[in-house]
Design a protein around this ligand. Sequence first.
Ligand code: FMN
Length: 188
Amino acid sequence: MIQEVIITTQNAEGVSHIAPMGVHIIDDEFIILPFRPSITLNNILQTESAIINYCDDVRIFAGCLTGRRDWPLTATEKIQGHFISSALAHKELKLDRIEDDETRPKLFCKAIHSVNHAPFQGFNRAQYAVLEAAILVSRLKMLSIEKIDSEIEYLSIGLNKTAGEKEREAWSWLLALVKTHKQELTQA
Ligand SMILES: Cc1cc2nc3c(=O)[nH]c(=O)nc-3n(C[C@H](O)[C@H](O)[C@H](O)COP(=O)(O)O)c2cc1C
């Protein structure tokens, strides 16, 4: 199973970094797979720890992809670091072992502490649409304009039917980036 989460890490100097990642879960192992180059990768190698944040505020996913990484953080309990203050839950991880790879190393981690902060309120198609659009935005350079347009058109159906303020704001950030990318492609 893969869970789409926000990973918070710190470098050796204590500077925090946040990034959306798809974490693979096998038994009691959490496998983080950052594509090189990656600040998340560097930080985990430096501190041998990471935090998984389970977030339903999809602005954080869209924000990280559009240069808005300044989300409120709270100090973690068992490891040095921070979790996202608005996360519904977080897990504090220690790095267990690494399967190195030139493109995408596998970082096998174990949870040493888990905390629930707020109840899960159910699924919303707009949250899903923003999450998928954020993934699309993270891969813009690999996609044709036709593919981007057709994905956005499909995702906007669920978005328009169910979005609240947060999802609309997140969507607008992503669409602005898509628009700029398309302009750059057509001018090139
Ligand atoms: C839902 C979602 C899942 C993602 N999963 C991954 C992932 O598993 N590995 C990865 O390298 N980037 C992933 N990305 C893209 C990264 O968040 C983005 O490229 C980020 O800047 C990673 O680089 P960093 O560690 O230097 O911040 C994902 C993005 C989204 C929106």
